[in-house]
Structures are given as C-alpha cells and as structure tokens.
Design a protein around this ligand. Structure first.
Ligand SMILES: Cc1cc2nc3c(=O)[nH]c(=O)nc-3n(C[C@H](O)[C@H](O)[C@H](O)COP(=O)(O)OP(=O)(O)OC[C@H]3O[C@@H](n4cnc5c(N)ncnc54)[C@H](O)[C@@H]3O)c2cc1C
Length: 482
C-alpha cells in the first residue's frame, strides 16, 4: 500500500486522542490538519495537563500549576508552524533567560548574548564558554530537528550533531570540570543540567545543560502571557477551529470502551497504557512497557507575595527563572542524594517569578513565586521549609513577604494528573538508555503492536517538557509517515 493510500484510509477513520496535555493537543491538531475527524477525551475538568494556570493561593494570584518557563515551546518546530498567536498565545521574554546567584551576593547570568553571559563568569572561563556554546547556538536551526525526534532517525546534519553528541553523552559534572576552571561557569552548567533529574555524574546529563544553554541564547526562556494555560488554550481553540471536539471530565479506563475502528492516540505513560490498552498487546510488548522506569518526583511551593523577591544579587530580577543551589558541588550532591532515596537539606531549587514580567498574574504591587525541588519518587516528605531556606539564603527578607502558600508533594501531583507517576513530571527517567528506548526501542516508538493504537506523551521521543513534538511525531506515525 502506498503512503498516500494509508493516509487517505486514515482520514476516513475517527481519531480519538486520550488526554489533553500539550502532546495530546498537538497530536489532535496534527491529525485534524491532515483532515481527520478528531475527538479528545480528557479525564480532568479542564484541558492542559501540565500547562494549567490557577488561583492556588489567594484571589487575584494566578499560579502556573506545572510548567512555567518555555524555552522548548518557543523553539518547537511544530508549534512554530501553527497560528497560535491568532488564538491568544503571546510570549514574554525577560531581559535575561536565567539567573544563578551565589553566596557572595553576585550572580552568573545566562543572557541572550553568549559574550555577555561569559562576562558574568570567571574571567578565565570566558573563552571556554564561547567555544562550547557559540557553534551550537549558531547551528541550532539545523540541530533542532535532529535532536527533537527519535534518536533512531538518520541525522540531517551529522557533523553538527556529532559535535553536540560528543559532549552531550558525557556526565555534566565531568564536562563542567574539564571545560571550565572557575566555580561560576561550573555552577551555571550544573544548574542547567540538573533539569535532567539525573545524578550529574551520570552519562547523558550534560545533554540537558547543553540544550537549555543553547536555547537560552538562540530562543530565550519566555513565559506565556497570562499563564501557561494560554498555550493549551491556543492549541485547543485552534483544534476546534479545524473541526475537532474536546470532551473534559471523560476518563478513559479501557480502549475497549471506545468506538471500534477508531484510531486511538494516548497521551499517557507506559504504566497507564498497560492498564488502558494492555489487553490489545502481546506479552513481549507488555513486558517491555512494564520494565519502563520512572524517575524522581518533585515537591512544589507557590507563594502569594507582598512584594518582589529581595534578591541580594539585584540582577536576579532581570530573569523570570532563578536557580538556587550555589556551587556545582552542592547541586551535584543534592541531585545524587535524591537517587539514594534521601531529601537534601539544601535542595537545588528551580524558581520562577512570573509576575515581575507579567503583571496580570497578581494584584497591583503584589507578586507570585513558583518553586520546586527534586525528591525521591513517591516521597511525601514536606520540603517547604528547606525550599524557603534556599530562597532566604539568596534573598534575605523573603519569608516576611509571604502572604499565602500552596504546596504539593508527589502524591498530590499524581492525584492531580495521573501521568505524573510518583511525582515524575517527565513521563519517565531520561537517561541515555531511556532516551533511546522511549517507551521501547525501535524505529516507530509511537506505534504499539495494535495498528490502531499509538502513544504520544512525554514518555516518547523527544521526552519531557512543553513542545508538542511527541504529539506531532505520534500523529505522523499514525498517518503512516514514520
Ligand atoms: C511542577 C512542574 C513544573 C514543570 N515545569 C516545566 C517548565 O517550566 N517548562 C516545561 O517545558 N515543562 C515543564 N514541566 C513539564 C511539562 O508540564 C510536561 O513535560 C508536559 O506537560 C508533558 O505533556 P504531555 O502532554 O505528555 O502530558 P500531560 O501534560 O501530563 O498531559 C496528560 C493529560 O492526559 C490526561 N489523562 C491521563 N490519563 C487519562 C485517561 N485515562 N483518560 C483521559 N485523560 C487522561 C491527564 O489528565 C492530562 O491532562 C513541568 C511539570 C510540572 C509538574
């Protein structure tokens, strides 16, 4: 059968997408763009999955429940094809993508400009920073399509990908120590790499530091005006304009309850896929799904604040994102402890201060704060005090500004969204093995043994984050393209 015939046949079938997270919405949009009749069934009362915005603390304070900062969304080759601006999505770019304060009252700054960034590091590392990042930043346009897809594909730009890959497969700690001599650049790179949720001594953890650093320069780390919910709302409204339908409050417990003959694309992780569709798979595939591994969870705090966070390093107010963890040694130690089942006394904290750049998030003169740290999978330990101590360390007087707080542990996150298994927000561990085998190894990771069932969540390539690429690539797989 030719590809065209497969596509034509697909268009005549009903498409049901289970889950309205960014990947489910992306899959639905792409199927609708191909001319299919698409319905999304979402378990929760509202769409969005990891991209919702709510008044979690006090009236008038609008908090991003999950995702806040969107370097991946703003540089997503798929989102950038869509008219999302016509559906209300507007990006706000803070002056600098990221601030990383130190105990001496200064900060390393990830700026849009590589040279300006290098100027905030130890002088001896300026050249090394430039050498590491400049070629990758210049080549990001070509590199992105090779990175944001399954590893098994044939690269379009092998030389550039090789240059990236040789560093990316290394442990972040080793790369930072080899490339940089001073503590500032090492710490900045450690903070970026800690987004991997991996111990920084683990091969592949450097990939996250590199990608997030490149994106800081090439695309920025913006927030969505009004809150992250604006991303899912724009996708949903665009889908509806294409004729798609969304039904919230519709949890799917078995694919056998869905109309026969429908193409089913699930925005769920392997554990849920087994529960919902396991009866349609052979033993071998079921065993492979069951062997899929989930990673550490998160503990998150949202604050309603009486004023802006009083950073000792004033330049921290130029960025919506602030990494609180001090040195490479401290960050590496706290990330390692989590994998040993411990709760670090000084956790690495990822903090966002959206209302500084998007005043509508809080009543006039007031502010919101968003922060989380990593914890062992399934942890119910209360990290509030330790997170707040880390903020206070770099911003004395912070605690006095707290009007109200909302906290959520790993169990709370899984209850909120069943995809966050044990509080894992990336849809599974993202080490080298599971980046290649996501959810299982093979050339068509979105396909299952049942030709009418596909998986499109962040448990597929290219993995966690709001970029919609998993959904887009799953849709192409369903359409017969991959
Ligand atoms: C606290 C936190 C902070 C984050 N920060 C960022 C950030 O700053 N930037 C970033 O890019 N990413 C961030 N992320 C990660 C990002 O939110 C996720 O990677 C992303 O949402 C994954 O998208 P998804 O569509 O694969 O899954 P999800 O967004 O999890 O969506 C899955 C959807 O499927 C629904 N569903 C599940 N099972 C069923 C069922 N049986 N029937 C019907 N519906 C079902 C769920 O209710 C949910 O709506 C963060 C996540 C969290 C929790």
């Amino acid at each position: 059968m030719t590809e065209k015939t497969v596509n034509d046949e697909m268009r005549e079938r009903e498409v049901i997408v289970v889950g309205a997270g960014p990947n489910g919405l992306a899959a639905a949009v792409e199927m609708a763009r191909a001319g299919c009749r698409v319905t999304i069934l979402e378990a929760a009362g509202t769409i969005g999955g990891g991209t919702r915005t709510m008044e979690l603390t006090l009236p008038g304070f609008r908090h991003d429940v999950c995702s806040a900062i969107h370097p991946l969304a703003v540089s997503s080759p798929f989102f950038n094809q869509l008219p999302l601006g016509d559906f209300g999505l507007r990006w706000i770019h803070p002056a600098a993508p990221l601030a990383h304060p130190f105990d001496d009252g200064t900060a390393a700054m990830l700026e849009r400009d590589v040279a300006v960034t290098a100027g905030t590091l130890d002088r001896e590392d300026a050249g090394a920073y430039h050498h590491l990042f400049s070629p990758l930043v210049a080549g990001w346009g070509e590199l992105a399509p090779d990175i944001l897809r399954p590893v098994a594909g044939v690269p379009k730009h092998p030389v550039l990908l090789g240059r990236f890959g040789l560093n990316a497969i290394r442990p972040a700690e080793g790369l930072a120590r080899d490339v940089f001599k001073g503590s500032r650049a090492r710490a900045l790179f450690a903070g970026l790499s800690a987004h991997s949720f991996l111990p920084l001594g683990k091969p592949g953890s450097a990939a996250f530091g590199l990608v997030l650093g490149i994106l800081g320069h090439a695309a920025g780390w913006p927030l969505a005006a009004g809150g992250s919910a604006a991303i899912s709302r724009a996708l949903a409204d665009y889908l509806v304009s294409l004729g798609g339908t969304i039904r919230t409050g519709s949890r799917v417990t078995s694919v056998n309850d869905l109309p026969g003959g429908a193409v089913i694309i699930l925005d769920v992780t392997p554990q849920q896929l087994l529960e919902i569709a396991g009866s349609r798979f052979d033993d071998r595939y079921r065993r492979r799904l069951a062997a899929y591994r989930y990673g550490p969870g998160i503990f998150k705090v949202d604050w309603a604040l009486a004023g802006p966070i009083p950073w000792r390093a004033r330049e921290c107010a130029r960025s919506a994102t602030v990494h609180l963890g001090g040195t490479l040694e401290e960050i590496a130690s706290s990330e390692r402890e989590i994998w040993e089942g411990k709760h670090p006394v000084r956790p690495f904290v990822l903090l966002a201060q959206q209302s500084l750049f998007d005043p509508g998030r809080a009543p006039e003169g007031k502010h919101t704060g968003w922060a989380y740290c990593h914890v062992p999978n399934g942890s119910t330990f209360d990290m509030t005090e330790r997170i707040e101590a880390q903020v206070e360390r770099f911003a004395p007087g912070f605690r006095e500004l707290i009007l109200a707080r909302h906290v959520r542990n790993t169990a709370g996150y899984q209850e909120y969204n069943r995809n966050f298994i044990g509080g894992d927000i990336n849809g599974g561990v993202q080490d080298l093995r599971q980046i290649i085998a996501r959810p299982v190894a093979g050339p068509r990771p979105y396909a299952t043994p049942d030709p009418g069932i596909f998986i499109c969540s962040s448990s597929t390539p290219p993995g966690g984050g709001v970029h919609g690429m998993c959904g887009y690539l799953a849709a192409h797989c369903a359409l017969g393209g991959h």
